[in-house]
Ligand binder design. Structure first.
Ligand code: PRX
Length: 661
């Protein structure tokens, strides 16, 4: 049984200096020193970490090079990510540690040690090398949450093949777009995934995507059922590939800035952009944040309950934990399947000591009540983490009191696909400053976050502004794939010389940062990042649609959901069936998670006199029931009334959840 929550008043309870977090005292004072070191010598600070934490095949000549904003960390150095995550543990006791406790939704289990993982990685890398794949190629991975997913990532890293992992919820079109953008020659996929008791037909989707990709030469298929389909041309069976023992190859030493992976992420405009991460800077950032934020020791078990298809999984299921020789849980399936006890059973079964999940998952657990936490032994938990969207203070307190039984500090970690690793977070192992529910607290050492007004001056305490990062950090993206111009204009032009995050934030009187959501046309639906332009683009492909505006509407469970406001072509008739068809279509073209929650029909959209759709006005009317801000450029006032009438038809369905924020 988990201990009953203590009786103290919440304010008292939430003070980190009252938390029995044993290691804090031995580190006392060290953290202030770290910040000071980073402030006085940024390059010396990160250079020291890179030297201590990574194995280098060739030492770097310079800590920070490149031409801003194309910064290049650890120039002149050479290393390999798979060597750092696996090979260097091989001659140590870590080889016998568990790397992953894997659990499938149907209850199947596998335990993979560091030695096993390394063996599988070497065999896959050797087989790929024998087939002629090497560092001048690119690969895509479309796999469910199985141990073969980290194996694939590390085998590609071993050979220096940059890869993109495509979340298994993405459609054929999204997969094809990514493979074509990269000219991928290789795809690693599986016959099916399993979710909510059903088979997800990954191979069928992969085939539909492959048919659109002329560069693709080889598809490696992991079979998972008793009666797998026959393989087609270009396809190879994963098991057979490994059964044929290829001559072993050595890991390839790679320059520090060699692209390790790309992740496609939604931005303000156009199609998703390929965010490129390098090798040395990214790994250095992860090594540091793993130690500061999670600090895994020999008995710890981490469960980062994200999907490896997103950056959180790359950094804190795969590369970060493996760098530190830590043990993780890898779970394939829905967190509430077959019932709401699933999360608690996993926490209990593997004696998870560090849980890292999203506010959406926590809101859903809270909805299921407190009893399940009390009826499972969660006594191994010592640290709780949150990521991906703002966490409501009430959810934070529930997490602290019910899941953590009042014993475990919460690390609310703010970062982005672009930042590679955690940027702002409490560091309870090193810093005894009190936590505040809803605040990610302070930037980690070596990271300088500021909150600016539109005119570039710094906001005083308490004033909302735009979050920026004022100096380079090692985990930063190298750029956008094949698009240096877009890299500059997206991140470095809003305020010249500083990195623009796209987030609203406020700093309070104690200097703590509170991230308040996106300031641009990006939605966070259940923590997933979706661009309004992407959803609008999918809607516009329907023959009945003339125009579309998509906006984020608060949702009690998912944080935000997309609502689409659509103008039909003349002759097309608005109907609930068409609304459903349009929502389905977005699900099919992007992925189910991007499906509009509602589709509203109007005769015209609010526009500026120069013809731009005023999404701010659409959102204001839908969410707040009124237009917000300056309307002087609005062309036709009647268009606002149309949106209002359409939104009213939803009645209580879109209950704004501002009160819980
Ligand atoms: O708006 C911020 C939000 O997630 C965005 C980044 O999304 P993505 O690239 O998908 O990466 C998510 C996982 C790192 C940010 O611009 N966000 C992330 N963490 C937090 C957050 N908002 C508030 N609090 C957080 N802890």
């Amino acid at each position: 049984m988990a201990p009953a929550p203590p009786e103290e008043a919440p304010e008292e309870l939430l003070r980190a200096d009252r938390l029995p977090f044993e290691r804090r005292y031995s580190w006392s004072g060290r953290f202030a020193r770290l910040r000071q070191e980073a402030r006085s010598d940024l390059e010396g600070f990160w250079g020291g970490i890179a030297r201590r934490e990574l194995r280098w095949e060739r030492p770097f000549d310079r800590v920070l090079g490149g031409t801003p904003p194309e910064y290049r960390w650890f120039e002149g150095g050479e290393l390999n990510a798979a060597v750092n995550c696996l090979e260097r543990h091989h001659s140590t006791a870590t080889a016998h540690r568990v790397a992953y406790y894997w659990e499938g939704e149907d209850g199947s289990r596998r335990t993979v040690s560091y030695a096993d993982l390394y063996e599988r990685v070497r065999r896959l890398a050797s087989a790929l090398a024998e087939r002629g794949f090497g560092r001048s190629d690119r690969a895509a991975i479309y796999l469910p949450m199985v141990p073969e997913l980290p194996v694939a990532m590390l085998a590609l890293a071993y050979l220096g093949i940059p890869f993109t992992v495509v979340f298994s919820g993405f459609s054929a079109e999204a997969l094809a777009h990514r493979m074509n953008d990269l000219d991928a020659r290789l795809l690693l996929t599986a016959e099916v995934g399993f979710r909510r008791g059903k088979e997800v037909p990954l191979l069928a989707t992969a085939r539909a995507a492959a048919a659109q990709c002329e560069h693709l030469e080889q598809v490696i298929v992991l079979r998972r059922t008793a009666n797998p389909p026959a393989l087609q041309e270009r396809e190879l069976d994963w098991g057979e590939l490994l059964a044929h023992r290829s001559p072993p190859v050595e890991p390839v030493p790679l320059p520090s800035a060699h692209p390790l992976f790309l992740l496609y992420s939604s931005g303000t405009t156009g199609t998703p952009k390929g965010i490129v991460h390098g090798t040395a800077g990214y790994l250095t950032h992860l090594a540091a944040t793993m130690r500061w934020v999670f600090d895994p020791g020999p008995v710890d078990v981490l469960w980062c309950a994200a999907d490896v298809g997103w950056v959180t999984g790359h950094s804190y299921i795969v590369f970060g934990p493996l760098l530190c020789g830590a043990t993780s849980v890898l779970y394939e399936g829905a967190l509430d399947y077959p019932g709401p006890a699933r999360v608690y059973e996993i926490l209990e079964r593997y004696r998870v000591s560090e849980l890292y999940t999203s506010p959406t998952a926590l809101r859903s657990l809270r909805r299921q009540g407190d009893e399940l936490a009390g009826s499972h032994d969660l006594g191994a938990l010592r640290l709780l983490g949150s990521v991906g969207e703002p966490i409501n203070p009430s959810v934070w307190e529930w997490y602290f009191r019910v899941i953590g039984a009042g014993r475990c500090p919460i690390v609310d970690t703010w970062w982005q696909t672009e930042t590679g690793g955690i940027m702002v977070s409490p560091v309870p192992a090193l810093d005894s400053r009190p936590l505040k529910p809803g605040s990610a607290t302070l930037a980690i050492p070596g990271v300088d976050v500021a909150v600016l007004r539109d005119n570039g001056t710094e906001c005083p305490a308490g004033e909302r502004g735009l979050a920026v990062i004022r100096q380079p950090w090692p985990g930063m993206l190298l750029g956008l794939w094949n698009d240096p111009e877009r890299y500059r204009s997206t991140y470095w032009s809003r305020f010249p010389g500083v990195y623009y995050t796209g987030d609203y934030a406020v700093r309070d009187a104690d200097g703590y940062l509170w991230f308040l959501g996106r300031a641009d046309e990006v939605l966070k639906v259940a923590g997933h990042r979706i661009g309004t332009a992407e959803v609008e683009g999918a809607l516009l492909q329907h023959p009945a649609v003339a125009e579309a505006a998509v906006c984020a509407v608060p949702d009690d469970l998912k944080g935000e959901v997309p609502v689409a406001v659509v103008v039909l072509r003349s002759g097309a008739l608005a109907s609930p069936t068409l609304a459903e068809e349009l929502a389905e279509m977005v699900g099919g073209r992007i992925g189910k998670f991007a499906r509009p929650h509602r589709v509203l029909f109007v005769g015209r959209l609010p526009r500026t006199r120069s013809g731009k759709i005023m999404r701010r006005v659409v959102r204001g009317v839908i969410v707040h029931g009124k237009e917000l801000g300056d309307l002087s450029t609005l062309e036709e006032e009647a268009s606002v009334e149309e949106v209002r009438a359409a939104a009213d038809s939803l009645a209580g369905d879109l209950a704004p959840s501002r009160a819980t924020r």
